[in-house]
Structure formats: structure tokens, C-alpha cells
Write a protein that binds this ligand. Structure first.
Ligand SMILES: Nc1nc2c(c(=O)[nH]1)N[C@H]1C(S)=C(S)[C@@H](COP(=O)(O)O)O[C@H]1N2
Ligand SMILES: [Mo]
Length: 164
């Protein structure tokens, strides 16, 4: 319902019909939103005054306070039905890819002036730009500012920033 957010009704992927397990013949794709909102095997779209009451909408794709450990009980029921616990926009995320898994940096043999470039990627949800990335080498006591580099191909659409 957000007029500023792109919504795609997809019947093809990479110029081929959508594979059955990805939603053939038609699925919803909402860039910047979690997978759980991208309804597959779409048959009907309707506008309603109330939020969807389907099983998966209530009991899946939510983040609840850790004190709630089961689905039973009045409090849990209330929280599972609360709009604030639903995952909608993708979360801010970042991943270090260099050093790679298992890569070792021989710090003991390091010489003055030598450098190593830490690399990774970051994305946010809802098309929001990742405005800053910092990395810490001392368990979070101090932080180093990272240079962001965007892909050469367009990842912007209007004011939105998308991943690959
Ligand atoms: N009809 C329908 N659509 C659905 C689901 C589902 O169970 N039924 N699961 C959702 C969830 S939780 C995810 S993560 C994505 C997965 O899409 P994919 O199989 O193309 O990766 O589909 C979403 N769409
Ligand atoms: Mo999912």
C-alpha cells in the first residue's frame, strides 16, 4: 500500500517462466522486503481494512522478545498478532568477505608500511542507502571508517538503493 515502494508481479525469472518452486505462474516481489512477504503462486489480490489473518502471516516471519519462548498464552498470542513484531523491510546487514573464511594474516611477520584491505558488502532494507560502514580490530573499542564502493551498473531507482 506504500505508493513509494516498488512492487513487481513476476511471471519470469532470467527470461524464463518462473520455476514452480519459486511461484509459477505468478508471484509477488517486493524489493527491500523479507522473503516472507513475497507471496508465491499468487491467485488473488485484495484490499482489506484488516491485516491478513492467515496462519503464516500470524505465526511466521516475526521477531518476538526473547522472553516469549512458546506460542501458547495470552501474552504470546497478543505479541504474535502485534504489527510491531512482523518482519517487513529487510534488516541492515553487513558481511566481511576478505579476510575469507579460514584465511590467515601473518601479523607476526608484518613489516612497517605493509597494508591489507578488508573487504565486504553491506545492504539495508526498503531501498535505504547504507550511509556508513565501520570496522573494529579491537573488539569494538575503536572503529575505522570504511570506503563504500557501489556497483558500476545502476542500483539506484529514484531515491532507492538496491543490492545486486
Ligand atoms: N504462497 C506462499 N508464498 C510464500 C511462502 C509460502 O509458504 N507460501 N513462503 C515465503 C517465504 S517465508 C520465503 S523466504 C519466500 C521464499 O521464496 P523462494 O522459494 O523463491 O526463495 O517465499 C515466500 N512466499
Ligand atoms: Mo522465509
Amino acid at each position: 500500500m506504500d505508493p513509494m515502494n516498488d512492487v513487481i508481479l513476476a511471471y519470469e525469472m532470467n527470461d524464463l517462466p518462473l520455476p514452480p518452486d519459486h511461484g509459477y505462474p505468478l508471484r509477488l516481489v517486493i524489493p527491500g522486503y523479507v522473503g516472507g512477504r513475497q507471496v508465491k503462486w499468487l491467485a488473488k489480490v485484495w484490499v482489506s481494512e484488516e491485516e491478513n489473518s492467515s496462519h503464516y502471516h500470524i505465526w511466521d516471519n516475526r521477531v518476538l522478545p526473547s522472553l516469549i519462548t512458546e506460542k501458547d498464552g495470552e501474552f504470546a498470542e497478543t505479541m504474535f498478532r502485534h504489527p510491531d513484531t512482523a518482519c517487513n523491510e529487510q534488516n541492515l546487514n553487513s558481511v566481511i568477505v576478505k579476510p575469507a573464511q579460514g584465511e590467515r594474516l601473518p601479523l607476526a611477520q608484518a613489516k612497517a608500511g605493509q597494508s591489507y584491505r578488508i573487504e565486504g558488502y553491506a545492504y539495508d532494507g526498503g531501498g535505504h542507502e547504507v550511509e556508513r560502514v565501520e570496522v573494529s580490530l579491537d573488539d569494538g573499542q575503536t572503529w575505522l571508517y570504511c570506503i563504500r564502493r557501489f556497483p558500476d551498473y545502476p542500483i539506484r531507482h529514484g531515491k532507492k538503493f538496491w543490492t545486486w
